[in-house]
Design a protein around this ligand. Structure first.
Ligand code: ADP
Length: 483
């Protein structure tokens, strides 16, 4: 069992207090590197979720809103607490997610960056008077908190994803009811433990509920006291939330699946492209929504690029992230592992060749999937159509710019994309043609707190990060004054 001063309670947090879990229902949390149960966490009832919503409602202040200074202080305190406890929060994250310790601790810094960014830009949410005087009135625009927000996060970035949402919600003055993924609730408990000890937020401003997604999701969708849901996860669940909130016309911020194209032109710096692909693709073991999922390489450089990639991949180490400097940890669970295996098998059966990694029949019985490269991928293969969410690099060939833009867009998703070329005009054309919310040019980097990030098409609605993200939890209200 995991021991930590940040995990003294393994229950929910409602109205400024840890819940007592009277009914005693719990669920198990596993370390994917060992397969062992490391904690048993309270599974909460519908009544408790409704109590969390009520407590959020009691913390919402409309007629005498929390000042910008007060909200800035909450954000700064959370930022500072995360930075001061980066090692321990990262250790907990590593043990329940499996990603290498340095990545887990890096994620805590990344999370702190969102609170920092919102604290520095919160002034943008202050009211302003517009310079014109239409209709003989003086017009003031206020940014009102939308109300109690439901924040639902996935397991792949246990602290990063909540930081994106919570920083903007608090900046707006919105109380929240937060539901982490059941694979990774411990990092969230650690965050609540830090907020409990190191911030002076009113009771009910942040509430933690854990347990069955169906119970919690239903309560959040049905409550008239929750006007907004911010969700990161699968497109399937995102669609369900759209349907389940349609009746009440709730505001939704959705960051859903991806199927990122990574395009390498023949004029690209192939070493830089290979280095960036490795850093992008194998982060979190390939389990991120911005990981390259289809690698399109110009036919003239495909063999050379494949060799560079294989040389790098063959040097990568796979193992328990807690024991030093491994490059890739285990996949999150058996279903995740089986999906990657199915994608490799399907690609090989349909004619792709294995450039690096193991054949499906050579794989072991744990959750450690070796980094794998396959060549000769086409659109009939599962790895082209679906997000693999694992350490598989599927390479396809292309000949022309038009052809590769069309192929890149040949998916319902539109989250992240990447293009490597030394021709600036071509890069601009390709970025403009790709219907993705993010298009890295000669970089495999993903989102950052300072810039808006989000999806086009079925990858979602809304943005997180940057000024656009800061405005997600407010509603503009105009007050024209006649006399
Ligand atoms: P993933 O495939 O990344 O696990 P999911 O969409 O299944 O993505 O889960 C993301 C988050 O959404 C998790 O916290 C999960 O518990 C939650 N979730 C799953 N189903 C629902 C639902 N019906 N309503 C609300 N939240 C849900």
């Amino acid at each position: 069992m995991i021991e930590s001063p940040l995990l003294e309670k393994l229950t929910g947090y409602i109205g400024g207090r840890w819940t007592d879990n009277e009914h005693g229902n719990t669920f198990d949390v596993y370390n994917p590197a060992t397969g062992k149960v490391i904690a048993q966490v309270a599974s909460m009832s519908e009544d408790e979720v409704n109590a969390a919503i009520a407590s959020g409602k009691s913390a919402l202040r409309l007629t005498s809103p929390y000042s910008i200074e007060t909200r800035r202080k909450w954000l700064e305190d959370i930022r500072d607490a995360l930075k001061a406890n980066k090692e321990e929060v990262g250790r907990i994250l590593c043990m329940e997610h499996g990603k290498p310790l340095h990545e887990a601790q890096g994620e805590v810094d990344y999370a702190a960056g969102f609170f920092d960014y919102c604290s520095k830009h919160i002034q943008a949410l202050d009211a302003h008077t517009i310079p014109e005087k239409p209709k003989d009135c003086t017009w003031t625009v206020h940014y009102r908190p939308i109300g109690v927000a439901g924040l639902i996060t996935p397991w792949n970035f246990p602290i990063g994803m909540i930081a994106k949402k919570l920083s903007a919600a608090l900046a707006a003055g919105c109380p929240s009811v937060i539901k982490p993924a059941s694979e990774t609730p411990l990092t969230m408990i650690a965050l609540f433990s830090l907020m409990d000890k190191h911030t002076d937020m009113p009771d009910g401003m942040v509430n933690l509920v854990m347990g069955k997604a169906s119970v919690i999701g239903k309560a959040l969708c049905e409550s008239p006291d929750v006007p907004m849901l911010s969700f990161t996860g699968s497109t399937e669940v995102g669609r369900k939330l759209i349907v389940d909130t349609a009746e009440q016309v709730k505001k939704l911020a959705l960051e859903l699946g991806g199927n990122a194209p990574f395009i390498v032109f023949d004029d690209a710096d192939l070493d830089a492209a290979a280095d960036n692909l490795i850093a992008n693709k194998f982060r979190g073991g390939g389990q991120t929504c911005v990981c390259a999922n289809r690698i399109f390489v110009h036919e003239k450089v495909a063999d050379a690029f494949g060799e560079k990639l294989a040389a790098r991949v063959n040097k990568m180490t796979v193992g328990d992230g807690i024991n030093g400097d491994v490059d890739i940890g285990p996949l999150i669970n058996q279903a995740g592992y089986d999906k990657v295996k199915r994608h490799v098998q399907d690609a090989l059966e349909k004619g792709a060749t294995l450039v690096a990694g193991k054949k499906p029949e050579e794989l072991g019985n744990d959750l450690f999937f070796p980094p794998t490269v396959v060549h000769g991928v086409n659109r009939d293969m599962c790895c082209y159509q679906e997000e693999t969410f694992g350490p598989l690099v599927p390479m396809a060939l292309f000949r022309t710019e038009e052809e590769v833009i069309e192929a890149g867009n040949d998916t319902e998703f539109g989250l992240a994309s990447y293009v490597f070329t030394n021709d600036a005009e071509r890069a601009q054309r390709v970025a403009a043609g790709l219907r993705f919310g993010h298009c890295g040019w000669n970089t495999g980097t993903g989102p950052t707190p300072e810039a808006p990030f989000g999806g086009m098409k079925a990858s979602g609605i809304g943005r997180e990060g940057g000024l656009e993200g800061l405005f997600e939890f407010v509603e503009a209200q105009t007050v024209p004054r006649g006399f």
